[in-house]
Ligand binder design. Structure first.
Ligand code: NAD
Ligand code: ZN
Length: 341
């Protein structure tokens, strides 16, 4: 089968012919239809310090995907051949304290598809049947492949009650864009989004943001005045990983406000703890998706009008992977899809 392989310890990614993955007794083999490129894949492509320390070589990468079950292991009961599924890429141990308590997103032994074990940028991927999430017929493959990052967005956005609240979203990459659409969908009052990329600000403005502004020149006093906001933002959703964005957020939150942090910083950053202490802010780190409550919620929202399709800006056939990766890295893109059929 074809697979995008991290073959050597140097920047790059290579399309190669490899054997189909083995299917254990509790696994399913999935024929991948669509996949999408995530920031993690770009780290692996660029072979940065994190990638060098994490990725076993050689290995097929990729973890955002949808497809059709081709084969099931001997012990698999709930999933049938021919079932359309998307993949939950976090494989959890089932026996640690958090797993046993039903908090599998906090598993201390999580193994990542396309990070620690062979991934889905391939004709076929094998995952535990429990990680294959059935997709209803009314959700097309191009949306189903987004369920992994949409799940990050849903997990973050639903961490705090947004109904009637004024929400600040910093970072309008693909995930921030979807966070804005969710905040709108669930009934926030005002949603203000920041980014530093005009291409992305334009997309997020069309996904339900009341204001989409360049974080470097945003005048929040004026924005709040124009919107009729008197006290500050009630909920902050940090989706950029940029220290400057977090500092800005701390500055404009109301007293007693809540902040959920999904963005992963790539640099050290000094924040003013006084903002957190004297405003009585609550900050919470968000990782992955709640298994599988987030999946249930996001499919329900997609079936009741949540539209995340504007986030998809490009689609390439798998063979055009070099162009796909370069568009994804350019910043002049939302989600970039790979068609494996
Ligand atoms: P992305 O890198 O495409 O988006 C980040 C956006 O932040 C970019 O559009 C960038 O222009 C913008 N940005 C940079 N500096 C800014 C600033 N000062 N103010 C406002 N915006 C700024 O990434 P993505 O795929 O949308 O993911 C968003 C973040 O979430 C990333 O940091 C990613 O690593 C992280 N992430 C975390 C998890 C998790 O489980 N915690 C899972 C997936 C992704
Ligand atoms: Zn566990």
């Amino acid at each position: 089968m074809r697979a995008l392989i991290k073959a050597r310890s140097e920047p790059g990614i290579w399309l190669e012919d490899i054997d189909r993955p083995k299917v254990g007794p509790n696994d399913v083999l999935i024929r991948v239809s669509k996949a999408s490129i995530c920031g993690t894949d770009l780290h692996i492509l660029n072979w940065d310090e994190w990638a060098q320390a994490t990725i076993p070589l050689p290995m097929a990468i990729g973890h955002e995907f949808a497809g059709v079950v081709e084969e099931i292991g001997s012990e698999v009961e709930r999933i049938e051949v021919g079932q359309r599924v998307a993949g939950e890429g976090h494989i959890t141990c089932g026996v640690c304290r958090n797993c046993r308590a039903g908090r599998r997103h906090f598993c201390i032994n999580t193994v990542g598809v396309g990070v620690d074990r062979p991934g889905a940028f391939a004709d076929y991927v094998s995952i535990p049947a429990a990680n294959a999430y059935p997709i209803p017929d009314d959700i097309p493959d191009e949306i189903a492949t987004l369920l992994d990052p949409l799940g990050n967005a849903v997990h973050t956005a639903l961490e705090y009650d947004l109904v009637g609240e004024d929400v600040l979203v910093t970072g309008a990459g693909p995930i921030g864009m979807m966070v804005v659409a969710i905040a709108r969908h669930v009934g926030a009052r005002f949603v203000v989004a920041t980014d530093i990329n005009p291409f992305r600000l334009k997309i997020v403005a069309g996904m339900g943001a009341d204001r989409a502004v360049d974080g470097r020149e945003a005048d929040f006093v004026r924005i709040m005045d124009e919107l009729g906001m008197k006290e500050g933002f009630d909920v902050g959703l940090e989706i950029s990983g940029a220290g400057a964005a977090l500092s800005q957020m701390l500055d404009v939150m109301n007293n007693g406000a809540n902040i959920a942090l999904l963005g992963i910083p790539t640099q050290d950053h000094v924040i003013d703890w006084n903002d957190i202490i004297f405003k009585g802010l609550t900050l919470k780190g968000i990782y992955g998706r709640k298994l599988f409550e987030t999946w249930y919620k996001m499919i329900a929202m997609l079936q009741t009008g949540l539209d995340v399709s504007p986030v998809i800006t490009h689609e390439f056939s798998a063979d055009q992977y070099e162009e796909a990766f370069s568009v994804a890295a350019s910043g002049e893109s939302g989600k970039v899809l790979l068609d494996w059929r």
